[in-house]
Design a protein around this ligand. Structure first.
Ligand SMILES: *[C@@H]1O[C@H](CO)[C@@H](O)[C@H](O)[C@H]1NC(C)=O
Ligand SMILES: *[C@@H]1O[C@H](CO)[C@@H](O)[C@H](O)[C@H]1NC(C)=O
Ligand SMILES: *[C@@H]1O[C@H](CO)[C@@H](O)[C@H](O)[C@H]1NC(C)=O
Ligand SMILES: *[C@@H]1O[C@H](CO)[C@@H](O)[C@H](O)[C@H]1NC(C)=O
Ligand SMILES: *[C@@H]1O[C@H](CO)[C@@H](O)[C@H](O)[C@H]1NC(C)=O
Length: 371
């Protein structure tokens, strides 16, 4: 090989990173900074009428966590037969639409909730659970730790691609091929994927005001919610959980933890929503630079969020777009709008959410001060 050929080979490495390198349509096969737009067919599969997408995978996160979405029409039956996972902590977040979630740990009481936009359900290991999709344009976002659980869906589903990136494929209601999830026989054969069928579980239907057991002193969507004891399932309605206001970094931020290391234990992740106002004085150069030992990801829930990761140019993420940041990589984020909200997941104990909480104060509102 002569010198000219050698320098041509080396040239791309020396070139500055571009936005088109940052944006991917599919979560990559090893950790690196990336952005996946909403509804990209990232490792997409269909299971009956449900369309699953995996925006962060085991390989793309170094097996820290999986971030996924499920788009599906309303259904008269469960989305999957009742089951539990012994090794994986599963988190259900309502991105839009409505679904019902059931969870029971051991001999504890069976809980059911109706989840609307922004509501959250926590399903720790060894918790029997199932769900049912109830509105025509529903999107569940799932966070599963550790990463790699998507292999189950690759095995069960049909690989899927779409030129229009439709959320899910419309099907005539008389189409009987739209059964969801594996049959009783098949789900019982999935233990190698950490799926343990619980076919004796009878989902209760006695919900009142979106909750069973009936809301008492801590009503669903009426009273402040707390995070659960380690190992126990729990639910946090949108903006009813604990809140912390942080104003130390040039903009107001409100963190609402959904899972801290107290709940995740050795599954070693944290999950929060973060609300942000625009940098005070409109000066985005004040946006702080963050870095942590563990991988992290954002999914935009409302508004638009600017993100600069490592050496890549600034990206503008809108609702449903996902940014992934590997451990030890520097990043900044801020919003140019008046109000933005993200779902944030981090591996380990030192994510931005925990640091904003540590530097913040207890706060009662999902909005920040007037000045
Ligand atoms: C389906 O997708 C998975 C993961 O994205 C991939 O590993 C597999 O090779 C694909 N299978 C087919 C038949 O294309
Ligand atoms: C889950 O259940 C299995 C089987 O009973 C047990 O070995 C494991 O320790 C349990 N895991 C947790 C975190 O309790
Ligand atoms: C479903 O209904 C449509 C419109 O009425 C009809 O054209 C189609 O043949 C039906 N399909 C099945 C599977 O019955
Ligand atoms: C449901 O909510 C309504 C309105 O807040 C309340 O009056 C009623 O008592 C609730 N029902 C139950 C079973 O909690
Ligand atoms: C928790 O995660 C962090 C970040 O990924 C990692 O550095 C640490 O070793 C993990 N701790 C345990 C106990 O697995």
């Amino acid at each position: 090989m002569n010198l000219l050929h050698l320098s041509l080979l080396l040239l791309p490495l020396a070139t500055a990173q571009s936005l088109s390198d940052l944006y991917v349509s599919q979560a990559p096969s090893s950790p690196r900074p990336y952005v996946v737009p909403h509804y990209a067919n990232s490792h997409a599969v269909t299971i009956g009428s449900q369309l699953y997408r995996f925006t962060v995978t085991g390989p793309s996160s170094g097996y820290a966590f999986t971030l996924m979405s499920t788009n599906a029409p309303s259904s008269g039956s469960l989305g999957v037969l009742p089951h539990l996972h012994q090794a994986h902590y599963e988190n259900f977040f309502n991105f839009k639409g409505r679904f019902q979630l059931w969870a029971q740990h051991g001999d504890g009481e069976q809980h059911a909730r109706l989840l609307t936009q922004g509501d959250y359900g926590s399903v720790p290991r060894n918790t029997t659970h199932t769900f049912q999709i109830l509105d025509p344009d529903t999107e569940m976002v799932g966070v599963i730790s550790p990463g790699g659980f998507e292999d189950l869906f690759y095995t069960l589903g049909q690989n899927y691609t779409s030129a229009t990136n439709t959320p899910y494929v419309p099907q005539a209601t008389n189409d009987t091929s739209s059964s969801t999830g594996p049959s009783p026989n098949d789900i019982s054969g999935l233990e190698s994927f950490d799926v343990y069928a619980q076919l004796d579980f009878a989902p209760r239907r006695d919900l009142a005001n979106g909750s069973a057991p009936a809301p008492t002193t801590t009503g669903w969507h009426t009273d402040a919610a707390t995070l659960g004891q380690p190992g126990e399932p729990y639910f946090v309605a949108n903006n009813y959980g604990p809140k912390y206001l942080n104003s130390a970094h040039g903009a107001y931020q409100i963190v609402q933890p959904l899972v801290t290391n107290t709940q995740s234990q050795d599954t070693n992740f944290t999950l929060s929503t973060i609300i942000m106002g625009r940098p005070r004085g409109g000066d985005d150069s004040v946006a702080p630079t963050w870095k942590a030992p563990g991988a992290a990801a954002f999914e935009v829930l409302e508004g638009a969020v600017m993100v600069r990761i490592g050496d890549y140019p600034v990206a503008r993420l809108e609702m449903g777009d996902v940014a992934f940041i590997p451990g030890e990589v520097e990043y900044q984020y801020w919003t140019e709008g008046a109000y933005a909200k993200v779902l944030y997941v981090s591996s380990g104990k030192e994510g931005v959410d925990q640091r904003l909480i540590a530097g913040g104060t207890h706060w009662e509102f999902p909005t920040f001060p007037r000045y």
